[in-house]
Design a protein around this ligand. Structure first.
Ligand SMILES: C[S@@+](CC[C@H](N)C(=O)[O-])C[C@H]1O[C@@H](n2cnc3c(N)ncnc32)[C@H](O)[C@@H]1O
Length: 470
């Protein structure tokens, strides 16, 4: 466990960006860990981090760390903390989040009850009052993590995740979390492009998260200016006067930022309800005519002639849209036709979708969208970078994989008359014919199973655009 007194949690793979952000906000030391960064800072800086961090989920104060094998150790470790020292008044409500298990503490709900008992027993003994237990944002919000038989107890200083900025309606379908959107924009170079008054474009904007975060960055607006949090306001060192000063400073900066930004932020989507949500979300923020969301199909969508950063999170087909592949094809076509000269940052769920974008990639970053592993791929849109797609194929493959695709297309066209004539829908399509691709591929209707020499390797749904014969 780090000696540093604070921990800011963030999505996995965002740690390095968060570390830079914390240092730029005034943290005096910062060390990245899994899904977060330990840091040191004055109380003023901690409040600044809460108001200005675009990347953190939570900001927490480390209260203690102790060996913990069982219920007794856990109760003792939590009782050893002087809880009245953490808050500026007797807390009316208490929220506890518990993560982790060990051999004896197998149930996180039970472990959180043990923590609750330890805290309430102490406050009851000293002050004759027990706080009411709530799910989130208690006046005292506690987070505890059990790992390798060590319990670390934190005071959660905001009580809820800071990705909830407060501008977004909860009815949104498949939205990105706001802090993930901010990380995507940072990796795409938007903060620098915005300083140069470039444009930010999302041709599949959904409820607009990428562009709304882009707007906050471009106009130097604090993401958590409107934060409402029992947990923060009852934190012992919290000073309402300092918080109000920070709010006033943020309001000034936003006014200046809105004046200075001269780019355009434009989102379109072919789903009317999503555009309505994006506009509703926008209405919760200070804004002007430099940001707009419109209902439009891609074939009609034109963007300014230069200085465009296209950022986009097309559908993956996991939660939304069965025919999602056509969206990727349309995006690829639109980029080639309507966005020459643009830089593009596209969030993809796998390499094949990256190939479908149809341009040589400059860079790739791993990210997590909820539980899904995704990649942010950066492209420069130009004729020179266009990948040429072989006849009868949906997208360009890396050159090493093309011979296999050619072989599979040939085998499919040879086998098709036979499989149709006999009504056979399960057959071996490929049997390690090429030494560099030493595995077998069996087709079962719309699925394929790929098995290597060392046994079963991979099986997945056959969506087959690269394999279909025409
Ligand atoms: C994963 S969602 C984007 C979510 C968005 N980033 C947010 O945070 O709300 C993908 C969006 O792409 C849109 N879309 C898919 N194909 C499209 C097309 N051909 N033209 C315009 N929008 C499209 C869908 O309507 C959907 O809103």
């Amino acid at each position: 466990m780090s000696e540093l007194p604070y921990f800011a949690a963030c999505p996995k793979h965002v740690e390095l960006l968060l570390k830079d952000e914390l240092l730029s906000l005034g943290a005096t030391d910062a060390k990245e860990a899994l899904a977060g960064v330990h840091f040191d800072a004055t109380v003023d800086v901690v409040l600044r981090v809460v108001m200005w961090s675009r990347l953190a989920n939570r900001v927490m104060r480390v209260l203690s760390s102790a060996a913990c094998r069982n219920q007794k150790d856990l109760y003792q470790a939590v009782s050893d903390i002087n809880w009245f020292q953490t808050v500026n008044q007797l807390p009316k409500t208490l929220a506890i989040r518990f993560n982790g298990t060990n051999r004896e503490l197998k149930n996180t709900h039970f472990s959180s009850q043990v923590c609750k008992d330890a805290i309430c027993d102490q406050l009851d003994a000293d002050y004759g009052k027990r706080p009411k237990v709530v799910k989130a944002d208690g006046h005292l919000s506690v987070s505890a993590r059990l790992k390798n038989n060590e319990i670390t107890v934190f005071q959660d200083l905001t009580g809820h995740s800071l990705h909830q900025r407060g501008y977004r309606s909860e009815n949104t379908l498949a939205p990105l979390k706001e802090n993930l959107a901010a990380a995507i924009l940072m990796r795409s170079g938007w903060p620098e492009a915005a300083q140069n008054n470039h444009n930010l474009i999302d041709p599949m904007c959904g409820s607009g998260t990428l562009l709304l975060e882009g707007w906050l960055m471009a106009c130097d607006m604090a993401p958590n200016h409107e934060l409402k949090s029992h947990a923060l306001f009852t934190w012992k060192p919290f000073n309402a006067h300092d918080w109000t000063n920070l709010q006033q400073e943020a309001e000034e900066r936003a006014k200046v930022g809105m004046e200075l930004f001269r780019g355009q932020i434009i989102g379109v989507d072919h789903h009317k309800a999503s555009v309505a949500l994006a506009n509703e979300n926008l209405s919760q923020l200070l804004h002007n005519k430099r940001i707009s969301f419109n209902y439009q199909t891609l074939d009609k969508f034109r963007i300014p002639p230069r200085n465009n950063l296209v950022v986009c999170n097309p559908p993956y087909g996991v939660r939304l849209q069965k025919n999602h592949l056509s969206s990727w094809q349309q995006l690829s076509h639109w980029l080639g036709e309507k966005a020459p000269g643009a830089e593009a940052a596209i969030l993809t769920p796998d390499a094949a979708k990256g190939w479908m974008v149809g341009f040589r990639e400059n860079k790739q970053y791993a990210l997590k969208n909820g539980a899904l592993d995704v990649q942010l791929r950066l492209f420069s849109i130009s004729k020179k970078n266009r990948l040429s797609v072989p006849e009868g194929q949906y997208f360009a493959l890396p050159s090493g994989a093309q011979p296999l695709a050619n072989r599979l297309k040939k085998r499919l066209s040879e086998l098709k008359p036979w499989s149709v004539a006999h009504g056979i829908q399960a057959y071996r399509l490929y049997d390690a014919d090429m030494p560099e691709f030493a595995f077998a591929i069996d087709r079962y209707q719309s699925h394929v199973v790929v098995a290597g020499c060392s046994g079963y390797r991979w099986s997945g749904r056959y969506t087959g655009p690269a394999l279909q014969s025409h």
